[in-house]
Design a protein around this ligand. Structure first.
Ligand code: SF4
Ligand code: ZN
Ligand code: ZN
Length: 312
């Protein structure tokens, strides 16, 4: 297979785009695609300060690398979760993120949940009934909370996450199976700033996972390959498998599913009055916005953690 642009040996063939590219052209093409998405969905402007959520996986590290190459002011935020008890997995994620930032002289903020709360995320999740076996809901809530808090405290305009097309399509598929109106309404490349919550953007939303993996590999980005131990059996992984089968038989199916959804959303298909989000107000302890009365979910969790025999 040859590069369509220069005829050299191709390193990747993207059937959905009917495009094979050599290393050099692929490494230029992908940031270019990301820049187009940033412009098309008006994610941010050159003068805005961006905070990238960096887990230490291929997507978030590739995103940070791309934004840096495109000349944006993008700093990183890594949340140390203490996931896996033994901490080897979480420690490795943090090490790779720090190494990446140091090599490129990028600014990285680290929030250590274990130091901040005295518990790992699985331990915090175990304080809730539903989180005892599966900490993902609590993990997601804590990361969103920390991202928003740091963005607010350090004056960032926008939060960027490394969700790729495969992630977005798996979520979209799940939400469509149950016609989850509010979630469908809120899913998209940009979630505008509201009532104390920072604007959130997903610059890789049109990039296939195998493209970010190829990008990371070709750019020599060291990242952790294994999934989080708690990802095993996740519904999203099952959906991803189903959708990859579809993509295999019909190249471009994922992209077209996602883009058609965005177009339907733009035309107001999901905008029913009952989908309007409940009003937010400041948490009585930390001041972060919450829809719950009194304490936000994060502060409530910490309160439970103080009770030795919490019965939640
Ligand atoms: Fe958190 Fe792991 Fe669940 Fe992802 S899979 S939400 S990192 S616990
Ligand atoms: Zn080429
Ligand atoms: Zn709070």
């Amino acid at each position: 297979m040859k590069c369509r642009l220069c005829g050299a040996k191709a390193v990747i063939n993207m059937r959905q785009h009917k495009l094979a590219l050599c290393q050099g052209h692929f490494l230029d093409w992908l940031p270019n695609q990301v820049e187009r998405a940033i412009q098309k969905y008006r994610m941010f402007r050159r003068e805005e300060k961006i905070l990238v959520a960096v887990s230490g996986g291929k997507d978030s590290l590739s995103l940070w690398d791309i934004l840096h190459r495109l000349g944006y002011q993008a700093d990183g935020l890594h949340v140390f979760t203490g996931i896996d008890g033994g901490r080897a997995y979480a420690a490795e994620l943090q090490r790779l993120t720090q190494e990446f930032a140091a090599r490129r002289r990028l600014k990285l903020h680290i929030v250590d949940i274990v130091a901040e709360t005295g518990r790992t995320i699985p331990e915090l999740a175990a304080l809730t009934r539903r989180g005892r076996d599966k900490p993902c809901a609590v993990c997601g809530m804590i990361k969103r909370y920390i991202l928003n808090r740091i963005a607010h405290d350090k004056g960032y305009h926008v939060l960027a996450t490394g969700h790729n097309l495969d992630d977005e399509v798996a979520v979209l598929f799940g939400n469509t199976l149950s016609w989850a109106g509010e979630y469908l309404l809120r899913q998209g490349p940009v979630l505008q700033e509201e009532q104390g919550l920072a604007r959130k953007v997903k610059p890789l939303c049109r990039v296939y996972e195998r493209e970010t993996a190829a990008y990371a590999l070709l750019r020599g980005i060291a990242y952790i390959q294994e999934d989080c131990p708690f990802a095993v059996g996740a519904t999203s992984i099952y959906y991803k498998r189903l959708l990859s089968q579809l993509e295999h038989d019909r190249p471009g199916a994922k992209l077209s599913f996602y883009l058609s959804f965005l177009e339907a959303r733009r035309r107001g298909l999901f905008a029913a009055p009952e989908n309007i989000r409940a009003g937010l107000h400041p948490c009585s302890s930390c001041g972060q916005p919450t829809s719950a009365p009194g304490l936000c979910a994060y502060c409530r969790l910490l309160e439970w953690g103080k009770e030795p025999c919490a019965s939640h």
